[in-house]
Design a protein around this ligand. Sequence first.
Ligand code: SF4
Length: 311
Amino acid sequence: MNFEESIKKLRAEKNAVILAHYYQTGDIQDIADFVGDSLALSQQAASTNADIILFAGVKFMAETAKILSPEKKVLLPDLEAGCSLADSCKAEDFEKFLAENPGRTVVTYVNTTAEIKALSDIICTSSNAIQIIESLPADEKIIFAPDRNLGNYVLNKTGRDIVVWDGACHVHEEFSLEAILKLREENLGAKVIVHPECELPIRMIADFIGSTSALLQYSKTDSSNKYIVATEVGIIHQMQKANPAKVFIPVTPKDSTCGCSECNFMKLTTLEKIYNCLNTESPEITLDNDIIEKAQKPIIRMLEISKKYDF
Ligand code: SF4
């Protein structure tokens, strides 16, 4: 079966929209209506008149799409597509943490379950985390969750009073400083571009630190012709498409079995699973109305702050 053609036919018949995160494989990115970071994708899907959203990504992303489009049917091709970062922050543990640190504004990265979003005051992304924190009064006490590396990056940049939850993404924590330094020696003049979910020693030697979208944008505007890319390897598909003459080198993590920096959860999605999911309209992501209402509020607050300060 030609899955690309069959998916396109089903998508039209069912008035569906297909979202692909930057960390999906190239073939999936190429059949998607929108390719991007998780929150931007959910916002784009919400602005369409599609009846169905199929999210080629991981579960928290499909939940975010459902929170922003409760009236639409949201599908995830493989329910096993979780996230080590979202899993590192369970609702019952987080509730205890909040009780132990009262009186703090809870700023939560979008890579969390719907339950954690429902416990938060403001959601942020890796693109706007610093601006969101800086938009708060200087003496405001803050909790940042769930990524300790992004949290410490934001803490160092803003100097604010922040208690950071101790979670991490297994992909971004697996990069070794030695491997990057070796790659830099072997590729003189290459720029090291790094996601803020990476550990401090990696961030310290970076030429540029930014969200996945920011790294892609940097690759388009920077004048170098070679980059060592310390984030999930899937983004290189868009970098290469946008810059055919440039060279992008993925960093191999310490314990890589695939020889590259793949997120095993992201790579559970295949064209065949997308076809089956669209055909049967399952698995579907469902959330309680109560959770949807509570989780919408901190996302709306983030959007209002972004609009007010124009970022
Ligand atoms: S790359 Fe990390 S944060 Fe992103 S989905 Fe995979 S485990 Fe989660």
